[in-house]
Design a protein around this ligand. Structure first.
Ligand code: HEC
Ligand code: HEC
Length: 533
């Protein structure tokens, strides 16, 4: 389980580098240099193992620990191991020579010195980041497996590393890698529903995993307006990835491996779902006049539920809503910003203070520049651009302190649950908080098809997930008797009702099994008793 990446199922020659799922390579057309790429599938592919078999979940949630550069006692993170092994290679001549011979082959003598210089640049950057992260204590909540503080890390990289050290902010809210089937239909994406345009989201992602971008000139001055901002982002490839994303289907419960679905129980579950869940989780297709992109069909309205109601860990939503950054070094004017295809929800450009701007807005503007430049450099026409931006969507930004309630097709395949991965099984998510585990182990790919989750008992190399740590709370989204407050969103569910709901969730997204469900009378949804105070 090297680094908890998913081993390749295609042997060479189909996969010449024998790379794990989601890793790719390309060679630059101009320079001929080869690159190792981290692609969408690296973080958006899951695997469930059971009885010696493995079920690949395309578009599911990864379980690796990719991002962390900060040394931990436990190890196991890819970024950290890469830095360490590069350091050992650089400082041990035997290792370095062996490495250089492998890389350079016949040109070893000629190019070894240059390779050593190039290697040092990368090594220094990795170690510099690791030192900075650790020394500043930027990531106090360990991410463990299957999580990363995506917004926090991108903000520290873009506003801190690339603009000014005063912009570093503590990122203590790791989130799970989300599943991405059906996602192109959502009007708002990201756990907190803050982003809209697919191209901007993918450009942001590319910047997050290492695409090159220079925000300041080498002497620290703003880059002139006409020069903003050249990057190594590849729009055509991002568009191809996005088009591929649209073909993803939710996974279907493999009865041959995980056991037969009890259709009668699932039918009762469907009625319970209508009564207790559909209000937030049923797809809500918008009529054409309400769509952000009229040509997108369907476009689903995503309900973003405020943390004061849903009661789940508020840290990531709060960080995104509260953290502010100083971008004055970039030399932007509002006049220029008004020409970019950014649409702010809940505020106006006039109200923006560039010395005190939120990460979502700042990233939207940076991405807009990067995108404009990349479209221009690639000679892409306006009509093509319209399509590549997702039927002409602007770069929308919405900042709600909350999390979106997504349709639950294929949700059984995406443990652990909630945005921060704090609840190990579906059964526990439907149980009162007092019955959820406050500690459990993550990193085991073995699936538990009854409770629906990964096995979470202690194991060697596992990560202890402690729900008492900031960012890790397993509260909220609770079904409990009494009035509705403090994260209680529904009535208590009897254990038998929880099992019925789970049986239904196995069927959801599987047209064949859904067709077999029997009609069962459902009670109507009600908001439940309000609290007296
Ligand atoms: C390094 C890991 C990583 C890679 C690579 C990656 N993503 Fe993601 N992606 C994430 C994380 C983490 C989030 C959740 C961020 C958040 O909402 O806080 C996310 C969110 C998303 C979302 C929104 C999901 C939702 O629930 O609303 C979409 C869509 C998406 N990614 C698509 C892509 C595409 C397309 C690519 C390739 C171009 C890609 N991702 C590459 C980690 C990754
Ligand atoms: C008041 C709206 C609301 C109701 C009612 C509701 N949910 Fe949710 N649900 C949410 C929100 C919001 C989230 C995301 C919370 C988070 O990630 O912190 C969520 C998350 C989930 C998740 C985890 C998704 C993931 O990607 O990890 C599951 C599973 C789920 N809900 C199932 C249900 C079931 C089953 C019911 C009915 C018994 C239900 N929900 C009722 C709003 C609701």
């Amino acid at each position: 389980m090297a680094f908890w990446l998913i081993p390749p199922s295609n042997p060479p020659p189909l996969n010449p580098g024998n790379l794990p799922v989601g890793f790719a390579r390309h060679s630059d057309n101009e320079t001929g240099e080869h690159y190792l790429d981290i692609s969408c599938a690296a973080c958006h592919t899951g695997e469930l193992r059971y009885n010696g078999q493995a079920v690949r979940i395309d578009g599911g949630a990864a379980l690796h620990s990719l991002a962390s550069t900060v040394p931990t006692i436990r190890g196991g993170s890819f970024g950290q191991a890469l830095g360490m092994s590069m350091a050992f290679t650089y400082y041990n001549p035997v290792k370095f020579n062996r490495f250089a011979k492998q890389v350079l082959g016949e040109t070893y003598d000629e190019n070894k010195a240059q390779l050593r210089r190039d290697f040092k640049v990368v090594l220094d950057r990795l170690l510099g980041t690791a030192f900075n992260d650790m020394h500043r204590g930027l990531y106090p909540t360990q991410e463990g497996f299957g999580r990363t503080d995506a917004f926090g890390r991108i903000a520290n990289t873009v506003f801190g590393d690339a603009i000014d050290p005063s912009n570093y902010r503590i990122a203590n809210a790791p989130v799970s890698y989300p599943q991405v089937w059906d996602i192109w239909k959502f009007d708002w994406v990201q756990w907190n529903g803050s982003a809209m345009q697919p191209m901007a989201r993918n450009v942001g992602e590319a910047l997050g995993v290492g695409a090159t971008l220079r925000l300041l000139s080498t002497d620290g001055h703003p880059v002139a307006e006409a020069e903003r901002y050249a990057s190594s982002v590849r729009l055509h490839d991002l568009h191809t990835l996005e088009e591929t994303l649209k073909t993803l289907q939710p996974p279907t419960w493999p009865e041959a491996i995980f056991g037969k679905v009890d259709i009668a129980l699932a039918s009762r579950g469907q009625a319970l779902f209508k009564e207790n869940c559909a209000y937030c989780h049923a797809p809500d297709p918008k009529p054409i006049q309400d769509r952000f992109a009229p040509a997108r069909d369907p476009e689903w309205r995503m309900r973003v539920v405020e943390t004061s109601v849903i009661g789940t860990d508020p840290t990531t939503a709060d960080n995104i809503a509260d953290h502010r950054y100083d971008l004055t070094n970039l030399g932007w004017t509002k006049e220029e910003l008004s020409k970019l295809d950014v649409r702010l929800f809940g505020t106006t450009l006039a109200e923006l203070d560039l010395s005190n701007i939120s990460s979502a807005k700042a990233l939207a503007y940076i991405t807009a520049y990067v995108e404009n430049r990349a479209y221009q450099d690639a000679g892409i026409s306006d009509s093509q651009r319209w399509e590549m931006d997702g039927f002409g969507l602007p770069i929308g930004v919405q900042e709600i302190r909350g999390y979106k309630a997504r349709p639950l097709d294929g949700i059984w395949a995406t443990p652990p649950f909630l945005h921060n991965g704090s609840v190990p099984t579906l059964f526990q998510l439907l149980s009162p908080v007092s019955e959820r585990q406050s500690e459990f182990w993550v990193g085991n790919f073995e699936f538990n098809p009854k409770q629906i989750g990964y096995r979470s008992e202690k194991f060697k190399g596992g990560f202890l997930f402690d729900t008492r740590i900031t960012g890790n709370s397993n509260r909220g989204h609770e079904f409990r008797a009494g009035c509705r407050e403090d994260g209680v969103i529904g009535r208590a569910l009897e254990p038998e009702e929880r099992w019925a709901l789970i049986e239904y969730l196995k069927v959801l997204g599987n047209p064949d099994l859904q067709a077999q469900l029997q009609p069962v009378q459902a009670k109507p949804w009600t908001p439940g008793p309000a609290c007296q105070n």
